[in-house]
Design a protein around this ligand. Structure first.
Ligand SMILES: [Zn+2]
Length: 144
């Protein structure tokens, strides 16, 4: 592998320790970052240097004087020098469109969402319960 220099990308982030030969890497390739930046949790990561990042936000509803929970979910580029995995807390930054759905890139791995695994388990349990409830079985038998 050719020696690649880790360059500054113009924002205050810790550059990755590892190096890569990815053209679409902001540290080792020719990708420039600009625009918005967010922090979120990786909810899906695939082998093609892509990932899905999700984060929650609150919207105030004046009529009910309460907050509504909303979440944003976007596809991001995941350079091989960072290689974020499911459950990782990451900082993402906007860049040029890299594909039809990707226009953000992971710039830093901040840590891990400790509660992520628990949340996923709860979600899975909820789905199982729903499936059991929606299962058409006993009622129909009783009718017939
Ligand atoms: Zn890189």
């Amino acid at each position: 592998m050719a020696k690649t220099v880790t360059k500054s990308i113009g924002i205050k982030v810790q550059p990755p320790k590892e190096s890569c030969t990815d053209k679409k890497c902001p540290f080792h390739g020719s990708l420039k970052v600009r625009g918005q930046s967010f922090t979120g949790v990786v909810v899906a990561a695939d082998v093609h240097k892509s990932a899905t990042v999700e984060w929650g936000r609150r919207i105030f509803i004046p009529k009910y004087e309460r907050y509504e929970k909303r979440r944003s979910r976007i596809r991001v580029h995941n350079p091989s020098c960072i290689a974020a995995k499911i459950g990782d807390l990451v900082r993402i930054h906007e860049c040029r469109p890299l594909s039809k759905t990707k226009h953000f890139v992971v710039v830093q791995k901040i840590g891990q969402d400790i509660l992520f695994a628990q949340k996923q388990e709860l979600k899975a349990e909820g789905k199982v319960k729903q499936a059991v409830k929606g299962f058409p079985g006993e009622e129909k038998e009783g009718e017939a």
